[in-house]
Write a protein that binds this ligand. Structure first.
Ligand code: PLP
Length: 335
């Protein structure tokens, strides 16, 4: 099935803007021009990268006649927030199995930010201990219970990161290349967050299928680089099969992920990410988050200082959203 034939519900505000960051560039003394692709502006309940993926995920769920979604994520999951919003937009109920990943969560972590928004949008929240087996057991229990009631549940995978959702980032790659052409931007690198990895897999696949050699630099939000690289490759392989390009394998060696900016773990603040959040906010009026995009920007700044972008032409930072979590983190970020 081609991308054009895949079931899709349209709710993203597209194309998202591609904007220069001249004051950040000057503050960093960066040689390449820096741009931001504003996927924080995809428009669904404060936006973010999941909106593009969920257009395809919800398309499939509706095509299968489902009437309720079940998904999973951390307490401050942006994915859960956008899934709850997408469910509301499509007239579906949404159950969210959430787990707190932090031993000492900051002030608003357990009440504010994304969790508060999930509740405003009517999600049924099920809190479990942060253990993958327990999360999956709860999902299976909910699914069985809903089926017993005659409902038709659809399980949205973590981060909507499978071959269905990542189709949204194949389209993003096309959109980005077109914008660069229109604005005479000589793109050489895209820097992004690699979490559940569907964004990275979809974007890289989309670029290569479009014949682009642009380098995609992934910054891990959690696991070691090798784990992320495997995830990206696995999703990309399944995506290529879905798109009818199973023979195509030219991207394998191009999957680049750095794990030096995670700090002690997923969701834990780092001084470098908090400093990057403040710098970008104060130079460009742009809000990043402590879990994903702040760490990406810390990585971009450090890689720049190490010469990673020497000789680079124009560099795009993919802003994947996440700023609602700022309300959950508070003082560390503002300090
Ligand atoms: C704000 C934000 N940026 C980046 C990511 C990572 O994207 P992916 O899970 O597709 O790797 C996430 C995932 O939850 C996110 O919420």
């Amino acid at each position: 099935m081609t991308l054009e034939d895949a079931p899709r519900v349209r709710f993203a505000h597209l194309p998202t803007p591609l904007e220069p960051m001249p004051r950040l560039r000057a503050a960093l003394g960066a040689a390449p021009r820096l741009f931001v692709k504003r996927d924080d502006c995809t428009g669904l309940a404060f936006g973010g990268n999941k909106t593009r993926k969920l257009e395809f995920t919800l398309g499939l769920a509706l095509a299968q006649g489902c009437d309720v979604l079940i998904t999973t994520g951390g307490t401050q999951s942006n994915h859960v927030r956008q899934t709850v919003a997408a469910a509301a937009r499509c007239g579906l109920a949404c159950h969210a199995v959430i787990a707190n990943p932090l031993a000492s969560p900051p002030g608003g972590y357990l009440t504010s930010g994304n969790l508060l928004l999930d509740q405003v949008m009517g999600a049924v929240i099920h809190e479990v201990i942060d253990d993958d087996a327990l999360v999956q057991a709860k999902v299976r229990e909910l699914e069985a219970g809903l089926r017993a009631e005659g409902r038709k549940p659809f399980i949205v995978p973590l981060g909507a990161s499978d071959e269905v959702g990542s189709q949204g980032y194949v389209l993003c790659a096309r959109e980005l290349l077109q914008q660069c052409e229109d604005a005479a931007i000589d793109l050489s690198h895209v820097v992004l967050s690699t979490g559940s990895s569907g964004t990275h897999a979809g974007l890289l696949t989309g670029l290569r299928l479009a014949g682009s050699t642009v380098e995609v630099v992934g910054i891990s939000s959690s696991e070691p680089a090798l784990v992320k690289i495997d995830k990206v490759k696995g999703i990309a392989r399944r995506l290529l099969v879905k798109l009818g390009e199973p023979e195509w394998d030219g991207f394998e060696d191009d999957v680049e992920v750095h794990d030096d900016y995670v700090g002690v773990g997923y969701g834990a603040e780092t001084a470098a990410a908090n400093a990057a959040i403040r710098l970008v906010a104060r130079t460009e009026g742009l809000l990043l988050d402590p879990v994903y995009t702040g760490k990406v920007m810390a990585g971009l700044i450090d890689q720049l200082a190490r010469g990673r972008f020497d000789g680079a032409r124009d560099v795009v930072f993919l802003h994947t959203g996440g700023a609602p979590a700022l309300f959950a983190y508070g003082e560390g970020v503002f300090g």
